[in-house]
Design a protein around this ligand. Structure first.
Ligand code: FE2
Ligand code: FE2
Length: 175
């Protein structure tokens, strides 16, 4: 397997791990009866799963080996309502670095098709870091009255993500 295909297979594992982490965060909020926060992270979990499956589809299309990975257990207990959003923001920043490294690997290998495939993920990371950072501001400011966060999410969610229209195809179809 080439260096780029190998690195992209590793990224599939990171995307599935991100999905599992978001499920764990959603369940934490669901357990606290914070349905908007729970719904937000259940939806994020599906998006991360779709990212993994877009990469799987790319590897299939490129006739590269695809290995569906085991995933490390996520963190599932948290000190307070702010901690999961901080963890999520840290995770999104880490993924941005990972995708950037993947672009550099594709470029090093002269794999322009692979490099172009990743541009959508760079845009997606810019959006996800920005929206998670905004959510962290709101949760931090409202930590003593979390219902304000619920109201914020009820107002802000439901808007279409314009990036979805240009998303790469996902193996088996995006959920
Ligand atoms: Fe992702
Ligand atoms: Fe993400």
């Amino acid at each position: 397997m080439g260096r780029f295909a190998q690195a992209l297979n590793e990224q599939v594992a990171y995307e599935f791990a991100a999905s599992q982490q978001y499920i764990a965060i959603a369940v934490y909020y669901d357990d606290q009866t914070l349905p908007q926060l729970a719904a937000h992270f259940y939806r994020q979990a599906v998006e991360e799963r779709n990212h993994a499956m877009m990469m799987v589809q790319y590897l299939l299309d490129a006739d590269s080996d695809v290995e569906i990975p085991a995933v490390a257990a996520p963190q599932s207990s948290f000190s307070d309502v702010v901690a999961p959003v901080q963890l999520a923001l840290d995770q999104e920043k880490r993924v941005t670095e990972q995708i950037s490294e993947l672009v550099k690997t594709a470029r090093d290998e002269g794999d322009l098709v692979g490099e172009q495939f990743l541009y959508w993920f760079l845009q997606e990371q810019r959006e996800e870091v920005s929206s998670m950072s905004a959510l962290l501001d709101v949760v931090t400011r409202s930590r003593d009255n979390v219902l304000l966060v619920e109201e914020y999410l009820a107002r802000e969610s439901g808007g279409e993500n314009p990036l979805e229209a240009g998303a790469p195809p996902a193996a088996g179809g995006a959920l």
